[in-house]
Design a protein. Structure first.
Lengths: 181, 109
């Protein structure tokens, strides 16, 4: 089972228990870049009102064990995490969710444009260069709405920072290879 | 002030402290409010799990700040700003007036 299949499995199993999730973070970058970026964890954000206790019970039923703030499974090489807070990119709610089907189940993932915003949020606030690189990788592989990223950057008060990377982001988003998940 | 709303006195203390000083560590917060360190640590931990604060190690100290990407941060800060206006003047001054500029090692306090 690869990372995306594991994520789809966990997502589908928890959904059956009434826990709605969306994949975000580095694992979403991995999926959108066909693993050109490798993430060691699988970050799910709860889109419903599931409690941490509910999630813990469901994960334990799947054979995961809570270790600190993440979950581990003896047969999986990825950690599964459930970062707190409402599903958002910066100060705005997640706009669109994609559904991708795998043999192990269906996975809901933040859209490629939101994935870029999510990475840029870390770049804007912590000057994390790796996050910018990931945003550019996603832009190079997927159709993203650069105008929407600009609008969001302005809402976040980061239009000046966006202006510095807009050219690179647009150039990457125009150079798109054919892709499959 | 916000204890009933936030569910605990330590939640209010931690949030008010971080709002006033922009950053802080558990011992500093507990010392300021003359309260139990463990309770403050537990609250900071919970706020970090909830995505409201983030932390980083500075030497041997874990320093906490508000998470700038937390979507409800602007209204939360607005609430804290309003609440702190009702604090006694002495406590408000103590929260906001703290030395952040460098102080040479060995200089008398």
């Amino acid at each position: 089972m690869n990372q995306a299949e594991l994520a789809a499995y966990v997502h589908s199993q928890l959904r059956q228990e009434g826990i709605d999730l969306v994949l975000s973070g580095g694992a979403a970058v991995s999926i959108y870049t066909s693993n050109r970026y490798i993430s060691r964890d699988v970050d799910f954000v709860a889109t419903g009102l599931a409690s941490r206790a509910q999630i813990k019970r469901a994960m334990e039923r799947l054979g995961f064990r809570e270790v600190g703030r993440h979950y581990e499974h003896p047969d999986a090489k990825w950690f599964v995490e459930f970062p707190g807070g409402p599903p958002s990119v910066g100060t705005e709610p997640i706009a669109h969710i994609e559904e991708i089907h795998f043999a192990t189940g269906t996975l809901r993932v933040i859209s490629a444009t939101d994935c870029v915003k999510d990475r840029l949020s870390a770049y804007y606030h912590w000057h994390d260069r790796q996050s910018l690189e990931q945003a550019l990788l996603v832009a190079a592989e997927r159709d993203i709405d650069v105008g929407e990223v600009r609008r969001w950057s302005e809402v976040e008060g980061k239009l000046d920072e966006f202006a510095k990377i807009e050219h690179e982001l647009s150039r990457n988003s125009l150079r798109k290879p054919p892709h499959s998940v | 002030m916000l204890e009933a709303l936030l569910g605990s006195r330590n939640s209010e203390r931690v949030l008010i402290f971080l709002f006033a000083r922009e950053e802080g560590y558990a011992t500093e917060i507990a010392r300021f409010f003359q309260t139990d360190l463990y309770g403050v640590q537990r609250k900071l931990d919970g706020l970090e799990v909830g995505g409201i604060v983030v932390s980083r190690k500075v030497g041997r100290t874990r320093l906490y700040t508000f998470n700038p990407t937390y979507p409800l941060l602007p209204p939360l800060k607005a609430l804290l700003e309003r609440a702190i206006a009702f604090y006694p003047e002495k406590e408000r001054e103590a929260l906001f007036l703290n030395r952040r500029r460098p102080r040479r090692r060995g200089k008398p306090q």
